[in-house]
Ligand binder design. Structure first.
Ligand code: ADP
Ligand code: MG
Length: 594
């Protein structure tokens, strides 16, 4: 067979294969066109999961009659004209591929009226062929109707899932659009029944309501706001508390300049920020938008535009990590932003104390992981206990009580009961103490220069050439945590030193994983994670066990320590350490005041 140019219908169908995977992709492309046209109201009507009909009506700028057919032509777009435009594109679309692709695999009708036109015009297109062109009635804006998707590509049609599954994908997609475009009114119906309505969120209360409509009221209550800016980057949105995690990463919404993306680098930075506070195998819930100069991000790397590439990916990674790490680290009792269900509701006494005074830190030698930590709490907390005693609980004005209040009693050797101005506080004493000890160990381990131990016989590793190169060019990744790694040949490296605390770990496997992280996303947190895992185990063994009697003063000291310890809302395994039962919930329990 000789080489021949493909017919344009087939070219469009091939392009559709990349862009239009299922009905939800059609909704995505059409709704994005509506947004690009400046619409602030978008109605989406679906029939039979989208395989029968997808109809999208917007009140955007519309298309003038003379350009209607052009909109259906491949590589025709009103959004860019030059390479320069492409490099700073701010619209969602720019490839001029969606309309011809969709038209080539469906029966489409396109009705539009541009703002300055007296009437609307309509086209009907069958498998890419215009079959009718006529005047129509339509307000300013555009309606696109896509019927019988994939009717002429039976192989594709076979891949469609059930009506409900396809609709669920559409519902998810509209949810994301509603999250990232809070000022646009979205309505979604299925088989003639209204399913969702996201009214515009033009004030704080409406934004929270919209967030609740999209992700559930529980998310609103169990999440904290993120608002960080620096180095020309801005990160805003909400992240779920570590205790509000899920078994799947299905509630993670990330947007870059208003575009929904899935990005490995971003996912890695977020995962790393949660590393210390999440159960293994749990996934955080978040909705975050990164805003930056469009020139600093390449959006033209994926046909369906799911992915982006950052020009300075290292900066973006560390910005996201630092921002979220900071927010999660500051989650401690008494902090303003902790949601009401967990928070101390008593007003403004909530300025979190700075880092713990040094005398509270346990003396620590990282080279002796076998040390006995059991006495740690009693000895180091002695000072704090005295302070707590002096603030005589009974005499103190409850409104002046610290966020976690004062201890009343111990319950079955497991829980501490305390009273604060909001009501009753319950603390899991082992979980809480474990976190405090762990944070202390980490601080000490970072303070003491990391002690390392030379290996008697250096370990020789055969690696790929790029990996050996990375070992040579990024020595700080290793030395920071006490490793010494040398390149000794084109495809060979030697591990000469390892930190004492990781002497029992498998250094070869660790270093190989680090190199593969560096090659993949340019960052690795594995060494730190490995060290923290050892510290976490030490903390667990060193913490007060259940069934140990604590004096009231010791309990108060523990509460005060929690207030000044980062991440003290969760134990090292991501379980909550404390909860609040406020007077209102207690009254409710006893049907008081009804
Ligand atoms: P792209 O969005 O990449 O430009 P499309 O194939 O999705 O390519 O759309 C082609 C053109 O049709 C757009 O550039 C735009 O000018 C026009 N268009 C499509 N949908 C709409 C709409 N809902 N409102 C106004 N113009 C539209
Ligand atoms: Mg488009």
């Amino acid at each position: 067979m000789g080489i021949r140019q493909l017919p344009s219908q087939l070219i469009n169908q091939i392009a559709a294969g990349e862009v239009i995977e299922r009905p939800a992709s059609v909704v995505k492309e059409l709704a994005e066109n509506s947004l690009d046209a400046g619409a602030d109201r978008i109605d989406i009507a679906i029939e039979r999961g989208g395989s029968r009909r997808i109809k999208i009506t917007d009140n955007g700028g519309g298309i003038v009659r003379e350009e209607l057919e052009l909109a259906l032509t491949r590589h025709a777009t009103s959004k860019i004209q030059s390479l320069d435009d492409l490099e700073q594109v701010a619209s969602l679309g720019f490839r001029g591929e969606a309309m011809p692709s969709i038209a080539s695999v469906s029966r489409m009708s396109l009705v539009s009226r541009a703002a300055d036109q007296p009437s609307a015009w309509a086209l009907r297109i069958d498998g890419g062929e215009v079959v009718a062109s006529e005047p129509a009635a339509h307000p300013v804006g555009t309606t696109v109707e896509v019927n019988d998707l994939f009717y002429n590509t039976p192989a594709r049609r076979k891949f469609l899932k059930t009506e409900n599954t396809e609709f669920r994908h559409i519902d998810d997609l509209v949810r994301r659009l509603a999250l990232v475009r809070p000022h646009v009114d979205f309505r979604l119906s299925h088989n003639g029944k209204a399913v969702r309505h996201y009214p515009p969120a033009d004030n704080e209360a409406r934004s929270l309501r919209r967030l609740a409509a999209a992700l559930g009221q529980a998310f609103v209550e169990q999440s904290v706001a993120v608002e960080q800016e620096g180095a020309g980057l801005r990160l805003s949105g909400r992240v779920g508390l570590p205790t509000f995690s899920r078994s799947q990463g299905d509630a993670q919404h990330f947007f870059v300049n208003g575009r929904m993306v899935k990005d490995r680098l971003v996912a890695h930075a977020v995962r790393q920020a949660y590393a210390d506070v999440l159960y293994h195998g749990r996934h955080p819930v978040f909705v975050l938008e990164l805003t930056l100069d469009p020139q600093r991000v390449d959006v033209n790397v994926h046909p369906a535009k799911h992915e982006v590439r950052f020009r300075d990916s290292g900066l973006v990674h560390s910005f996201i990590f630092q921002s979220l790490h900071g927010v999660l680290g500051s989650l401690r009792p008494g902090q303003d932003d902790v949601p009401p269900a967990l928070a101390y509701a008593g007003g403004s006494t909530s300025t979190a104390s700075p880092a713990p005074p040094s005398q509270l830190r346990a003396p620590l030698s990282v080279s002796e992981p076998a040390a006995d930590w059991s006495g740690l709490y009693r000895t180091t907390a002695a000072g704090a206990a005295k302070v707590a005693m002096e603030l005589a609980p009974a005499a103190a004005d409850p409104a002046e009580a610290p966020p976690l209040g004062y201890a009343l009693a111990q319950l079955h050797g497991v829980y501490i009961l305390a009273q604060n101005s909001a009501g009753l506080v319950l603390v899991d004493m082992h979980a809480a103490h474990e976190r405090i000890t762990y944070e202390r160990l980490k601080t000490s381990a970072a303070d003491n220069a990391v002690r390392s131990q030379p290996l008697l016989v250096p370990l020789t590793l055969r690696v790929s050439e790029p990996e050996a190169e990375l070992a040579a060019t990024r020595p700080e990744v290793f030395s920071e945590l006490g490793f010494e790694v040398d390149r000794t040949g084109p495809e060979e490296i030697k591990i000469r030193q390892v930190p004492s605390i990781l002497i029992k770990a498998d250094p070869e496997a660790l270093i190989r994983d680090v190199l593969s992280d560096l090659a993949g996303v340019g960052h690795s947190s594995r060494l730190r994670e490995a060290r923290n895992e050892v510290l976490s185990t030490m903390a667990c063994h060193g913490s007060v066990r259940a069934n140990r009697r604590l004096e009231i003063s010791e309990m108060n000291a523990l509460l005060r320590d929690m207030e000044r310890t980062e991440r003290s809302g969760q134990c090292n395994h991501g379980r909550p350490t404390w909860t609040q039962l406020d007077m209102k919930s207690l009254d409710r329990l006893f049907l008081r005041g009804r």
